[in-house]
Write a protein that binds this ligand. Structure first.
Ligand code: PMT
Length: 413
């Protein structure tokens, strides 16, 4: 995993309490460090029975706090200051005992003391046996913690320490990581903004088992949705069939055809601020849809095609009314005359920003992890970007989206 902009210079305090799931937190620590965060690990005494502090120290390159009254640790790390400087605190695993202490404001170890002093958001990942989780005392503690603004992820169903299957297994480290990312971004530059992103290639069926499609994997659109979420946007991702999973906190609307994507977009745009159309929408669909699988010798009558609605064009046509997004971004996937064709679409679809996408190279465009695009503003002025990961392309596009929104705010638009 590479660095993630959101985590740059971010202080994460990771509180580990005593449960077998502590071993999964090793992976979480590694992810946070690789993403660019500064991670301070605090372990309860019980936690040290499951994983050694040296493991976390080796990953974070920082001392691990295990004792409440260690003078050496206090001078080096600064007692309550850990909580004060934390941009976010994660407690994983959060045992029934630690949850109870947090709910009642106890501060009898370094983890609970730091949580009391923490000014940033707190994310709790409970892990315990099913009976303990379902116990009314634990449930009341959870309700109290939620009421006070703490965020809970999991627990999930699965195999528990006792060997039994049931509810109580800690959420996986990638889920905790994603929830942390969502929480960190909530007050970002797109906070309060309704963002609609489309992704993937629509499928136009002509019988129950076959369709006309394209090579879009959804990677570009999913990256945009994730970055918009990282900046605090309230993101809806309308996507064609893909192997990808939407990011934590992103509302996903799966669709198959261009007609369904059209309906889903139209349903959302009157309440959205930003529309980013990264989907490869089929311009045509088969005129006929056979009820049964077409036999070899009768296929030719199904090749007739009819036009699909142009979603962006329809949005452009409504843009003078109140029911329109404040900002619309289109993509143009081109194999020749990239800028000329993209500029025509920019004008015709009355976009605020056009992303001209060179899909002729093997490392750019459809189904790869990198992309090479040129951003065109309303006047058609070009800003070419180098070959970048799709995640970084998404960051650059959202940078421009934020800048345009700010400009519109100033102009009262
Ligand atoms: O999904 P990946 O594998 O990561 O690939 C990413 C991508 C190459 C699909 C993406 O970066 C991209 O370029 N998407 C736009 C592809 C495309 O359909 O371009 P177009 O030039 O045909 O369409 C222009 C714009 O109109 C697009 O924003 C498209 O979403 C929109 N459109 C097109 C047809 C249609 N019927 N309705 C539309 O709204």
């Amino acid at each position: 995993m590479t660095e993630i902009r959101l985590f740059k210079n971010i202080n994460v305090v990771l509180g580990v309490s005593g449960g077998i799931a502590a071993y999964k937190v090793v992976d979480l620590t590694s992810r946070l460090v690789k993403a660019g965060a500064i991670v301070d690990v605090i372990m309860t005494e019980a936690a040290t029975k499951f994983v050694g502090p040296i493991t976390f120290q080796a990953l974070t390159h920082r001392p691990v706090v295990t004792e409440m009254f260690s003078l050496l640790q206090e001078t080096e790390i600064g007692h309550v200051s850990l909580g004060k400087q934390a941009d976010i605190m994660i407690v994983a695993p959060a045992t029934a005992n630690t949850l109870a202490k947090l709910a009642h404001g106890l501060s009898d170890n370094m983890l609970t003391t730091t949580a009391l002093a923490c000014r940033g958001p707190i994310l709790l990942a409970p892990a315990m046996e099913t009976g303990m989780w379902k116990n009314p005392a634990t449930q009341a503690n959870i309700a109290l913690l939620q009421e006070r603004g703490m965020h809970i992820i999991g627990p999930e169903e699965g195999r528990l320490a006792s060997g039994a299957d049931g509810l109580g297994r800690m959420a996986e480290s990638d889920e905790i990581f994603e929830a942390c990312r969502w929480l960190l971004g909530r007050n970002g530059t797109l906070a309060g903004c309704q963002v609609v992103v489309t992704a993937g290639g629509t499928r136009e069926p002509f019988d129950p088992v076959r369709f006309i499609g394209n090579r879009s994997s959804g990677k570009m659109g999913f990256a945009l949705a994730t970055v918009a979420r990282d900046r605090g946007g309230d993101v809806t991702l309308i996507h064609a069939p893909t192997a990808l999973s939407p990011a934590y906190g992103v509302q996903s609307i799966p669709v198959e055809t261009a007609l369904r994507m059209h309906d889903a977009v139209m349903d959302k745009i009157s309440t959205s601020d930003v529309l980013l159309m990264a989907a490869a929408v089929a311009d045509y669909r088969p005129a006929l849809l056979a009820e049964q699988k077409i036999k070899k010798n009768e296929g030719s009558r199904f090749v007739e095609l009819v036009r699909n609605p142009d979603i962006l064009q329809e949005v452009a046509n409504r843009r003078e009314t109140d029911n329109r997004p404040r900002l619309v971004v289109g993509f143009a996937a081109e194999t020749e005359d990239l800028l000329e064709n993209a500029r025509k679409k920019l004008a015709r679809k009355r976009l605020d920003l056009m992303v001209a996408n060179d899909v002729s190279a093997t490392d750019s465009g459809f189904a790869v992890d990198t992309n090479k695009v040129t951003l065109l503003d309303t006047k058609g002025e070009a800003t070419p970007l180098p070959l970048l990961s799709k995640n970084e392309v998404a960051e650059r596009i959202i940078d421009v989206v934020v800048a345009i929104l700010k400009k519109k705010d100033k102009m009262g638009k």
